[in-house]
Write a protein that binds this ligand. Structure first.
Ligand SMILES: Cc1cc2nc3c(=O)[nH]c(=O)nc-3n(C[C@H](O)[C@H](O)[C@H](O)COP(=O)(O)O)c2cc1C
Length: 208
């Protein structure tokens, strides 16, 4: 992985890391094709993704990986849940979206679901534990891109509807922080305008 001993507290300047961060962008699932990361590559990426700040060391996250045949099987379970959850919807519209749910995980060769599982019986605020789960998603995007793969962090109905989230693997008290689609980028989307850090930053003064 690296020649630098893990005990070494100081990481030397890493211009390549900065360059990769400056170029990071999402690749939509439709542009992600095979090959998916191997399970060996995935293990490495997930280990890097977990190197996040974690107040109180609660480990308030875990992963569910969806690949291969599981993608279609999960979709076959999600479609009927969508129909049940939307009884009032116009039938044609409902069928269209149920179909989208059925094909959700077929869009990319692999998805990693990042599950937020805050410990509610400790002093660390749930919000902070949820932020840590978001940091895992972000780290996974960087690890994927730096490993030569495309990735995109999505949520949507399947992540937020309780029955769908349960089918995907969320347990009582857990939430889906993100579904991170992974694969080989067949094309790279055009760059989008990026926020202006200067306009979004102020330096504190007494009159702020
Ligand atoms: C928590 C979260 C959920 C998101 N869910 C979706 C989603 O369901 N669908 C979508 O198109 N983009 C979603 N996005 C946005 C994309 O991940 C991505 O940021 C966006 O396409 C812009 O691309 P970029 O990452 O290159 O800036 C989500 C982002 C976050 C942080």
């Amino acid at each position: 992985m690296s020649d630098i001993p893990l005990e070494s507290a100081l990481v030397p300047p890493a211009p390549q890391l900065l360059a990769a961060m400056a170029r990071r962008r999402s690749v939509p699932p439709a542009a992600l094709s095979a090959p998916a990361p191997s399970h060996e590559q995935l293990r490495h990426m997930l280990a890097l993704a977990l190197r996040v700040p974690d107040h109180g060391l609660r480990e308030p996250w875990r992963f569910v990986v969806i690949d291969g045949e599981a993608r279609a099987e999960l979709g076959r379970g999600l479609a009927p849940l969508y129909r049940v959850a939307n009884p009032q919807m116009d039938e044609a519209k409902r069928e269209k979206f149920a179909g989208i749910m059925e094909r959700l995980f077929l869009a990319s060769p692999m998805a990693v679901v990042v599950i937020s599982r805050p410990d509610r019986n400790c002093a660390i605020p749930v919000f902070e534990q949820e932020l840590s789960a978001g940091a895992v998603c972000m780290n996974l995007l960087h690890a994927a891109q730096a490993s030569g793969f495309g990735a995109m962090w999505v949520t949507g109905w399947a992540a937020t509807n309780p029955a769908a989230a349960t089918l995907i693997g969320a347990r009582e008290g857990e939430k889906i922080a993100g579904i991170v689609h992974l694969g080989t980028a067949a094309s790279v989307p055009p760059e989008r305008p990026r926020p202006d850090a200067e306009a979004l930053t102020s330096f504190w003064t007494p009159s702020i």
